[in-house]
Design a protein around this ligand. Sequence first.
Ligand code: FES
Length: 108
Amino acid sequence: MSYVKVAEKSEIPVGEMKAVKLGDKDILIANVNGKYYAIGGKCTHRGGDLAKGKLEGTTVICPRHKAQFDVTTGKSVAKPKVPLSQPLKDEPVYKIKVEGEDILILQE
Ligand code: FES
């Protein structure tokens, strides 16, 4: 297990998000008031690209059917605006740290 650089701070200003890849994982990095969080980058509903959605406070809103996830916990906080056949799963959470200008994620 080691931390791998996935982005630089300048790429993700406060209130912004970025999609990154680590191995085969799609990861969303969000900057909330200068603190960085990393959760799964694809919506657990039907794979919407969360980085193309909206970040409101600590909540990311999926661009496809508006499911919402808390970027600090990965928990789903609102269902999609379409009928669901099964409960919406939470997003995985990744360990993230900043070293100088670099943003790193723990690769397990
Ligand atoms: S794909 Fe994200 S809400 Fe449907």
